[in-house]
Design a protein around this ligand. Structure first.
Ligand SMILES: Nc1ncnc2c1ncn2[C@@H]1O[C@H](COP(=O)(O)OP(=O)(O)OP(=O)(O)O)[C@@H](O)[C@H]1O
Length: 595
């Protein structure tokens, strides 16, 4: 993830949060301020009650001040101004106050969780739509971390902002009251409070820096966990258990220490801030009494406002610190979504994909994954409906890259890939891929049933699944599976052998009934006998589709209509098996070694 995050990036991230359901956010803020105001009203109710207690349970029938206000209100409503009704009134205010507080908190949680959901769904959706090259660059661990962990922290920012806004509004209210009763004293108090806030925020390590460490540690934890679980066999076999564990431990320690620092600093802000504010208030009190000689009533209201204001400002400071701590996650998540969108697969639809693909052609196609290395160099070939085409060549020659380009996992740097004479780049990429079924050497097996892994959730007849299972020789090991087609195959098909996994993937591809079947070392883990049986069955099955097979074992492509030998990204030989053997070139050399 981008480590060089500027102040502008932070502001942009925050402004995006502000634009997320602003009406709902404003409603929550105003609603919670209303709830807090009710507390103040409830407090003022105490005055007439105390008075009534002093008067032997009967409040004066002509009270002054706040009690007078309540007397007038009760008269207006036609409610007797007695102790019982005052207590009932106070209870009513408290019921509304705490119900409102509960409502405000509930709404704030809804907003925060809704934002988290929005970030999660947007990022996963964007990840699903992103080009494969993004996955090559970033690695799935970073993407998983961004979608699962980062978004959780990012969701907390909006909650923090709501709470910060509540505190700001309440503080403004108390400042206004204090300003009315004692303007100069309030201005002096506000300047002092501002100074203390600045001082407290600046002596501590910035929340953003601590939060950034947490975000980095999270990324490393995800990496190590993934390496230690998905790669558990290699980890054990190559004796790196201790290394993986110690790196994991280091990251978890950083995560824990940084989390503690963040919370400790927030607590420090709250505690020391309150101490400093108390000292400041003593100073102001001294000035008010000895220098300004304020009347007691004014002083009372001023002190009340200041005592209410101080915890709000302290809370504002720790909230601000907390938002800063979560901000790196928010910025990273937003940048992650943006980067994914920039790398979105092109979904242009200049042409509808033809119902039947009758031919495919590469015309002078060149490609490189990075600037350093040209992987394909002017590749040209054609394949027509019903033809079987084979690619052979040394490891790293570029064979898989050719079929990846055909499936539009990457776009060529130059040249054209055509289907029925139309550039495949002009089709909607998803529609185009529906015409292709590819089996890779190491196919992914979903942690689901065998049935799901073959049908991929499509509604199909059992007989169809049985047919493809028969051709792909899945039926050979089906009786060994405890629940037949309903057997769950485990994480990435862990309960199957390499050859069994390939056969499941082959059955999946055959069921897709595509126009182009690509077999990229699809049967390499099977013994030659089984492989030949499967290939014979596929070739017999349907002579309509185009079959492209990549193989190291030359017997796999021996029956192909045309075989291309690839060397360092170029086609160096073309012909049938016999023609190439007779030619005595690279193919013949490989064939001689293998036989
Ligand atoms: N995603 C990628 N990013 C960068 N380079 C890649 C990527 N995939 C493959 N390459 C490089 O491209 C070259 C061709 O790889 P490719 O997989 O097409 O070869 P191949 O002929 O299919 O090899 P093999 O027979 O071993 O599967 C290799 O040098 C490889 O390192």
């Amino acid at each position: 993830m981008n480590e060089n995050i500027t102040r502008k990036d932070k502001l942009v991230a925050l402004s995006k949060v502000a634009q997320y359901r602003p009406g709902f956010t404003a409603f929550i803020v105003v609603f919670s301020v209303f709830a807090t105001l009710l507390e103040a009203i409830g407090l003022t109710f105490l005055l007439p009650i105390i008075e009534a207690a002093q008067e032997g349970g009967i409040p004066s029938d002509n009270p002054a001040g706040i009690a007078g206000f309540f007397f007038a209100l009760y008269s207006f409503l036609g409610v007797p101004f007695t102790l019982e009704y005052l207590i009932l009134g106070l209870s009513g205010v408290m019921i509304i106050r705490y119900s409102s507080t509960f409502g405000a908190k509930w709404l704030a949680v809804i907003l925060s969780k809704d934002y988290e959901r929005n970030m999660k769904t947007r990022s996963f959706e964007a990840a699903l739509e992103a080009q494969i090259s993004y996955y090559d660059d970033k690695g799935s661990d970073e993407i998983l971390n961004a979608i699962i962990t980062q978004t959780r922290y990012a969701g907390r920012v909006i909650n923090g902002i709501v709470k910060l806004l509540q505190q700001i509004l309440l503080s403004l209210m108390y400042v206004s009251v204090a300003l009315i009763v004692a303007p100069w004293l309030t201005i002096s108090g506000a300047v002092l409070l501002g100074g203390i806030s600045y001082f407290v925020q600046n002596i501590l390590e910035p929340g953003y820096a601590v939060g950034d460490r947490v975000a980095n540690a999270n990324e490393r934890i995800q990496q190590k966990t993934q390496a230690g679980t998905q790669g558990i066999r290699e980890v054990k076999l190559f004796g790196v258990v201790d290394d993986i564990y110690s790196e994991f431990r280091k990251s978890v320690d950083t995560y824990t220490d940084s989390g503690i620092s963040l919370n400790r600093n927030e607590a420090a802000i709250t505690s020391f801030y309150q101490l400093l504010v108390a000292l400041m208030l003593f100073g102001l009190l001294y000035v008010a009494i000895s220098v300004l000689s304020l009347p007691i009533a004014t002083l009372g209201v001023f002190l009340f406002a200041m005592f209410r204001l101080a915890p709000r400002v302290s809370n504002m400071n720790s909230r601000f610190y907390n938002i800063n701590g979560n901000l790196p996650h928010l910025v990273r998540t937003q940048q992650f979504i943006e980067h994914l969108r920039e790398r979105k697969e092109d979904r242009q639809k200049d042409h509808l994909v033809p119902d039947t693909i009758t031919s495919i052609a590469f015309e002078d196609v060149s490609f490189s994954y990075t600037d350093d290395e040209q992987v394909l160099n002017s590749i040209s070939f054609e394949a027509h409906r019903g033809e079987f085409v084979g690619f052979v060549g040394q490891s790293g020659a570029g064979k898989s890259t050719i079929v990846s380009l055909l499936a539009r996992m990457y776009d060529p740097d130059s040249g054209e890939i055509l289907a029925n004479g139309i550039p495949v780049g002009e089709f909607d990429v998803r529609d185009w891929r529906k015409k292709i079924a590819m089996v890779r050497q190491d196919p992914f097996i979903f942690n689901d049933t065998l049935w799901y892994n073959i049908t991929m959730g499509a509604v199909v007849q059992k007989s169809e699944v049985r047919d493809v299972a028969e051709i792909a020789k899945v039926t050979e090991f089906l009786p060994d599976l405890p629940d037949g087609f309903d057997t769950v195959l485990g994480d990435d098909g862990v309960k199957l052998s390499g050859g069994q996994r390939q056969r499941v993937a082959l059955a999946r591809a055959l069921l897709a009934d595509s126009d182009v079947l690509i077999l990229d070392e699809a049967t390499s883990d099977l013994d030659s006998n089984l492989e030949q049986q499967i290939h014979a069955a596929i070739e017999e099955l349907d002579d309509d589709r185009i079959i492209i097979a990549i193989a190291h074992r030359l017997s796999t492509v021996q029956g192909a209509d045309c075989i291309y030998t690839i060397e360092q990204g170029e086609i160096t030989e073309t012909g049938t098996h016999q023609e190439l053997v007779d030619k005595g070139g690279k193919y013949a050399e490989l064939y001689a070694i293998q036989t």
